[in-house]
Design a protein around this ligand. Structure first.
Ligand code: SPV
Ligand code: MG
Length: 310
């Protein structure tokens, strides 16, 4: 585990980018025969906590990053804010990060620039959804116009061409079911995105059961690995995805939602109880926080670099 303070040396503009992590993400999403999991993180602290819990890969959620900044998940956060957040996450963890690149922040040119930048800052892959700019969170409202297929293929190709590491994972996210289209539209698009060079297909759904996802998986027959986000169909047992040959499950927003619930609870209690005695045992100790952020390394560095005390 790389502690938050042990930041990797700054990379020059065109240097080796994300190092070994794209290979790790590719192994999880594209090559592994086991079901893989990516845990949501939205900043360095949540990334480290997810790594400590044992997750082998992370999802830099657009929704969660936007929410923590106080923005709507409608491209209100700028692409540079996303890049900066991803950099802090990548500095904090040794685990590979798949970044939610929304719809690419514009056309092929914006998408390839954002992809290059997140790779340079340590991301292992990018997920691009086939909508326009600005996008809207898939669970909000009914306005989810799909991108033209050929134009979106250009976005995927531009990203593949621009990022120098062939292991950088490009996930094409299908919003056809979200937009109210049927299985045929989803499959047509999956074939086109596969031909355009996508490394995996994320099939998204807002239904409360996994039926349409499983139907897609049966018809698609793993021509490319399938990634899913079971936020709405959360009641489905994970074994169902294993049996269906799904490659990767993204637990997409649960660190952010857990933080909201915990913060709401502690605020209420401190206010109601008129003090902090009652909550002390229920919040992380300062020692734990100092440990997560590796204050020991700083103390050791002070020993090396500061003049000895008289
Ligand atoms: C995100 O985490 O930002 C996602 C997944 O894109 S969802 O919010 O389910 O669309
Ligand atoms: Mg998103």
């Amino acid at each position: 585990m790389r502690p938050l303070s042990a930041t990797r040396p700054r990379r020059p503009y065109t240097a080796t980018g994300a190092g070994e992590v794209p290979t790790l993400l590719r192994a999880l999403v594209c090559d592994s025969r086991e079901l893989s999991f990516l845990m949501e993180a939205h900043d360095a602290l949540s990334a480290v906590i997810a790594e400590h819990a044992g997750f082998e890969g992370l999802w830099a959620s657009g929704l969660s990053i936007a929410s923590t900044l106080g923005y709507r998940d409608a491209n209100e956060a700028s692409w540079t804010q996303v890049v900066e957040t991803v950099e802090r996450m990548a500095d904090a963890t040794s685990k590979p990060i798949l970044v939610d690149g929304d719809s690419g922040f514009g056309n092929f040119n914006n998408a390839r620039l954002a992809a290059l930048k997140i790779w340079q800052r340590g991301a292992a892959g990018m997920c691009l959804e086939d909508k326009g700019f600005p996008k809207m969170n898939s669970f909000v409202g009914d306005r989810h116009p799909l991108a033209d297929i050929k134009e979106f293929c250009g976005r995927l190709k531009a990203v593949k061409d621009r990022v120098p590491d062939p292991d950088f994972v490009v996930v094409a996210r299908l919003e056809a079911l979200i937009a109210g289209h049927g299985l045929d539209e989803a499959l047509d698009r999956a074939h086109a995105y596969s031909e355009a060079g996508a490394d995996a297909i994320l099939i998204h759904s807002r239904k409360s059961t996994a039926e349409e996802i499983l139907e897609f998986a049966r018809a698609w027959q793993n021509r490319l690995p399938v990634v899913i986000v079971p936020t709405r169909y959360f009641k489905t047992p994970t074994s169902v995805y294993r049996d269906a040959g799904v490659s990767t499950v993204i637990w997409a927003n649960h660190n952010m939602r857990a933080a909201v619930a915990a913060m709401r609870n502690v605020c209420r209690r401190i206010r109601d109880e008129d003090g902090i005695i009652g909550v002390e045992g229920d919040v992380a100790s300062l020692e734990e926080v100092f440990g997560l952020i590796d204050y020991d390394e700083l103390a050791a560095a002070e020993g090396r670099y500061l003049p000895a005390r008289p």
